[in-house]
Design a protein around this ligand. Structure first.
Ligand code: FES
Length: 103
């Protein structure tokens, strides 16, 4: 199972060893601070915002069009921003590190 690490807004590193589903689902299942996921994963709230570490950007890939539109509406996003509900965990993402940034 892929392993993913969240860096919470207060700097805590939390690693989940058996990640499956979307990154938002993993965060919710493990009560990661700062991932509220108010819309339940339908890409309409941005409360699941994360910043993907530079070295993972290529493997994670760019946001889809809907996700990009939501991110563009928010202050505090940048080129590393993604909505974690739109990132499906795959074996290729084993070792992924993201920062949780509340908007
Ligand atoms: S959970 Fe709402 S946009 Fe991801």
């Amino acid at each position: 199972m892929p392993k993913v690490t969240f860096i919470t807004p207060d700097g805590e590193k939390i690693t989940v060893e058996d990640a499956e589903g979307t990154l938002m689902e993993v965060a919710s299942d493990h009560q990661i601070t700062g991932i509220d996921a108010i819309c339940g994963g339908v890409c309409s709230c941005a409360t699941c915002h994360v910043r993907v570490k530079d070295e993972w950007l290529e493997k994670v890939g760019p946001p889809n069009e809907t996700e990009k539109d939501i991110l563009d509406l928010e202050d505090g996003t940048d080129a590393n921003s993604r909505l974690s509900c739109q990132i499906e965990i795959t074996d290729e993402l084993d070792g992924l590190i993201v920062e949780v940034v509340e908007l």
